[in-house]
Design a protein around this ligand. Structure first.
Ligand code: SF4
Length: 364
């Protein structure tokens, strides 16, 4: 007689949500330790991806991806020295500079992005921090893009609390400002602003009531511990960013990081999976670097919990898979575009409500 109550060996551990440290995965936490995060990176690949996908389904509609389009509204001549960036004035990359775009031209681009299926329109400008007269024009762009029915996001460098308020008043939904890497590795990549400067901008943005888009870059020569520390820093912020872009370095000739050892695809997927586990309600964006990624690697990233992409033929200044390739990939994988991002993130799926808990540090 077959004993149907005894789990078969291959099913044991199916619902085990413990890491080696015993953390109950799936909780919303802000008190992660480095040892816990490193232990996640060290899990067997399939276990890590399994946990990430399970947690993903507890918080989001499966098979659904949020689509953002990114437009460079002011290109090049940036005084900062980010070692990966062709827009820095310090590196000879042959990039053509462009002054701040006209509002009407930005509106046209937004309408085209919406017609192509994007729900969020991100405007990027290569500034250390925006000047008052430019910010007034950008505020007008934000109003126009919002009026076109798109969520709005801006990435303009460092902003003060007053500038963040101005952007919020104009109707901005998200502000992007990446931490890029760990606090320890950061000085190898950027010397013209500090990690604390970045954290201060994030705080100003959050205090103004804007949603935060903040992530980093994999493949700059950082260690796995640096990746763990970046994600730890993000996860232990008083509130998790609503959007977490995970970029794969796009190597640009003329920048100091051109020629860096390429990141192994499974290692990139691991970073996505750990981001998903640490920040269960965030949209984890499979961001720069998709152009050179195989369809299979992208599929693994979606399996590991990525649920947002940049959609369109250009990122700020580097390539992105063209729209047709993305549409074909979505069709092959049975993915669909997210149409109502707020509601998708708001309610956990009924099947996994038991895993949704909120624990915050005493300081939060
Ligand atoms: S990443 Fe931004 S701040 Fe850094 S050099 Fe490029 S445009 Fe300037």
């Amino acid at each position: 007689m077959v004993d149907t109550d005894t789990p078969r060996p291959e099913h044991r551990g199916m619902h085990d949500t413990k890491t080696p440290q015993g953390a109950n995965l799936g909780q919303i936490r802000h008190d992660w330790s480095l040892a816990e995060v490193e232990a996640l990176f060290a899990l067997p690949f399939l276990d890590l991806v399994f946990h990430a996908q399970r947690i993903h389904r507890a918080h989001f509609e499966p098979n659904t991806v949020q689509m953002s389009t990114l437009l460079s509204i002011k290109t090049g001549a940036c005084p900062e020295d980010c070692a990966y960036c062709p827009q820095s004035v310090r590196y000879d990359t042959g990039l053509e500079r462009d002054a701040l775009m006209e509002v009407a031209a930005v509106r046209e681009c937004a309408l085209r992005a919406k017609a192509a299926g994007a729900t969020r329109f991100c405007m990027g400008a290569a500034y250390r921090s925006p000047k008052a007269k430019d910010l007034a024009v950008i505020a007008e762009m934000i109003r126009e893009v919002r009026a076109a029915g798109l969520e709005t996001c801006a990435t303009l460098g460092m902003v003060t609390p007053a500038q963040a308020e101005q952007l919020k008043t104009a109707g901005l939904d998200f502000y992007n400002h990446n931490l890029d890497t760990s606090p320890e590795f950061y000085g190898e990549i950027i010397t013209t602003r500090t990690y604390q400067d970045r954290l201060d901008t994030l705080e100003a943005v959050r205090d103004a009531g804007l949603k935060v888009c903040c992530g980093g870059i994999v493949g700059m020569g950082e260690s796995v511990t640096d990746r763990a520390k970046l994600l730890l820093t993000l996860a232990n912020l008083p509130e998790h960013p609503e959007s977490v872009p995970i970029n794969q370095l796009v190597q640009v000739p003329g920048t100091p990081l051109n020629g860096a050892a390429p990141v192994e695809p499974f290692d990139f997927v691991r970073a996505i999976a750990v981001a998903r586990i640490l920040m269960p309600r965030a949209h984890v964006r499979l961001s720069a670097g998709r152009e050179t990624m195989s369809d299979e690697t992208q599929a693994l990233c979606f399996l590991a919990g990525a649920n947002s992409i940049f959609y369109g033929e250009r990122l700020l200044t580097t390539g992105n898979p063209d729209v047709q390739r993305d549409q074909k990939l979505f069709a092959r994988l049975g993915l669909k575009a997210e149409t109502r991002p707020e509601q998708a993130a708001a309610a956990p799926a009924a099947t996994d409500r038991a895993h949704v808990h909120e624990t915050r540090p005493a300081t939060a």
